[in-house]
Design a protein around this ligand. Structure first.
Ligand code: KG4
Ligand code: ZN
Length: 344
């Protein structure tokens, strides 16, 4: 006896992207993301504007996700939404919408943790950008790197997460964004730094590497030392940034990626794990991807990197997490509230 097909609508609104996706079991049928251009000119996300923009986008984005999936609302089995962590005003829009829709359709509601969803993106069918058809084996060690988080997470089975270490100050994505701001580049800075770094020399400038116990990370010391370095150089040459932008980006990116890759490698070796992966917005970084590939070849790791569209914020990852929670009948009551801070 085969199981009835499960259609889940995923909704993501934790930061500045409004996204909706439809999944059929573990297969994505649609994944719509509306980016908010309004924040670019402010050099960061403005919470008030983000919340208003989610309100404008949510209905058309959900409608587009359903129509692209070629299904109607009444075919849905459940609604999954991001409960947190994130900006409260942004989370409220997706949470309220999901609650309303699940009530009106009379179908279950599933709450999803944003960072767990980044990891669960690995379990979307065909998501692996390297081997395409291979899901991670357990135990699976995942480096989660986004604008708000930097963690090493041990995944023993789907939906079972143990945080082995995390950042004690800035997140990796935040470090990229802050460097971009120092250099007068726009927001989000990560993708721009990545592009500029491609033509730079990673050894042009050397920045200090922090040494922390366990699998902890720190990026604020690196940020400060780059800031002082640039201020000093500008005194000698007012055009220092302009004349060295590629090398600054490449050297900085090299430092951040070294910290990330070395810590992941150490955690894998010390815990005897052979299957590693990366999740979150920073996993879109081309140099990080290359270094993880080299590391995996050298150490015989099985490497998993989700396709680009499942790395940055998206609702497909919310839908796949919803699917796994649906299988466990892990539903939530309608009095659930959005949480800006939420533990894994
Ligand atoms: O996961 P995400 O889309 O949103 C959060 O949950 O935070 O991550 C966004 C972060 C931003 O800091 C952005 O600059 C960074 O990911 N990012 C990158 C790249 N693409 C996005 N950082 C470095 N290189 C990239 N190619
Ligand atoms: Zn994210």
């Amino acid at each position: 006896m085969g199981m009835a097909p499960v259609y889940i609508l995923g909704i993501e609104s934790s930061c500045d992207d409004t996204s909706a996706a439809v999944i059929l079991n573990d297969q994505i049928l649609s994944n719509i993301v509306a980016n908010q251009e309004v924040h670019r000119q402010y050099g960061g996300v403005v919470p008030e504007l983000a919340s208003r923009s989610h309100q404008e986008h949510i209905v058309p984005v959900v409608e587009m996700a359903l129509s692209q999936a070629n299904i109607t609302k009444d075919q849905l089995s459940a609604i999954a939404f991001t409960r947190g962590p994130g900006l409260l005003g942004s989370l409220l829009v997706g949470t309220s919408f999901a609650k309303g829709l699940s009530l009106s359709l009379g179908i279950p509601l599933i709450d999803v943790h944003h960072m767990e969803a980044h990891i669960m993106a690995h379990f979307i069918k065909g998501s692996n950008s390297i081997t395409h058809n291979r899901e991670p084996q357990f135990p699976f060690l995942c480096l989660t790197v986004s604008g708000g988080h930097t963690q090493i997470v041990l995944v023993k089975e789907p939906l079972s997460f143990q945080v082995l270490g995390e950042t004690i100050d800035d997140a990796a994505g935040e470090a990229f964004d802050k460097l971009a701001k120092m250099l007068g580049l726009s927001y989000p800075g990560g993708p721009i730094v990545d592009q500029l770094a491609a033509q730079g020399n990673i050894h042009a400038f050397e920045f200090p590497k922090p040494h922390l116990p366990g699998y902890q990370f720190s990026f604020s010391g690196l940020k400060t030392s780059v800031l002082y370095f640039i201020q000093k150089k500008i005194k000698e040459d007012p055009d220092f940034i302009k004349n060295n932008i590629h090398d600054i980006c490449a050297s900085f990116q090299y430092s951040v990626v070294n910290i990330l890759v070395d810590t992941l490698d150490r955690a894998a070796k010390e815990n005897g794990i052979k299957c590693i992966g990366v999740a979150g917005g920073v996993s879109a970084n081309s140099y990080l991807r290359k270094r993880l590939e080299d590391l995996s070849v050298e150490n015989n790791y099985q490497l998993h990197i989700p396709k680009f569209e499942y790395c940055t914020d998206n609702a497909a990852m919310i839908a796949i997490t919803g699917y796994y929670k649906f299988l466990k009948q892990d539903f939530v009551h309608h009095d659930v509230s959005a949480m800006a801070k939420l533990k894994m």
